[in-house]
Design a protein around this ligand. Structure first.
Ligand code: DC
Length: 230
């Protein structure tokens, strides 16, 4: 049976993962967080003392890695690196920059492509990332480009860090957000951009509930009711 997919792309901190996760629960489909896969490569480089921006060194590391994705009893995605559950470790702040640098390397993108496409072949999915609608799943039934102003995304990121008991300096977080946007949009390999067939969803000024209703409205309008969507 042909599986249905929804692609959500956009910059970091736009709320993609929180909203996609909730939408997947609402629609009864799998949620695939592709950023987590790039983060796992970033973590692997860091652990081996490899500069995640060094294309040759990172490419040479790839065949040594076993990266797998699974789902816990709670239905949420878990990432494994060489058999170790690294779901928590990949969320550390310093891994964000490592992932962004590694993600600019074409060999890394090629290496991870099949894992992402396989998930969409095997399940109905909501997949979020940077190039899902444009490169990974060009045939997705609905493509959403989810964004918000950089300041708003930095505020949300600070809140998240504080809730986790980590330090958060707004100016520094904003600089990191802008730098990551720049790296993700200016890279040559599958840059972050809104595809022509993607619907723009700007959540600046919306809270989580408002953002969720915006996306749910788009799904219902473009794909019909819950029953048809499955
Ligand atoms: O969504 P995230 O912040 O967890 O993603 C981490 C990094 O991975 C981000 O800087 C961009 C990169 N990424 C990508 O290039 N393509 C994807 N499909 C998903 C993430």
């Amino acid at each position: 049976m042909e599986h249905r997919s929804i692609a959500i792309d956009g910059p970091s901190g736009a709320g993609k993962s929180t909203l996609a996760k909730r939408l997947a629960q609402e629609l009864g489909v799998f949620y695939v967080d592709t950023g987590a896969i790039y983060r796992t490569v970033g973590l692997a480089a860091r652990r081996r003392g490899i500069d995640p921006g060094d294309g040759q060194a990172v490419e040479a590391m790839l065949p040594q890695l076993t990266i797998t994705m699974g789902y816990g009893a709670d239905g949420l995605q878990r990432m494994f690196l060489d058999g170790e559950d690294v779901t928590g470790a990949i969320r550390e702040n310093e891994i964000s920059a490592c992932a962004s640098k590694a993600a600019a390397i074409p060999a890394v993108r090629g290496f991870l492509m099949e894992m992402q496409r396989r998930a969409a072949r095997e399940h109905d999915v909501i997949m979020d990332g940077r190039d899902i609608g444009t490169v990974v799943l060009p045939g997705a039934g609905l493509k959403i480009f989810l964004t918000a102003a950089p300041e708003e995304r930095a505020r949300r990121r600070c809140r998240e860090l504080l809730e986790r008991g980590e330090r958060a300096d707004f100016d520094q977080v904003l600089r990191e957000v802008i730098e990551r946007d720049r790296r993700d949009t200016e890279r040559e390999a599958a840059p972050l951009r809104q595809g022509e067939d993607a619907v723009l969803a700007d959540t600046t000024g919306l809270d989580l509930e408002g953002s969720f209703q915006l996306l749910l409205g788009l799904v219902r309008e473009r794909l019909g009711g819950k029953e048809e969507q499955a």
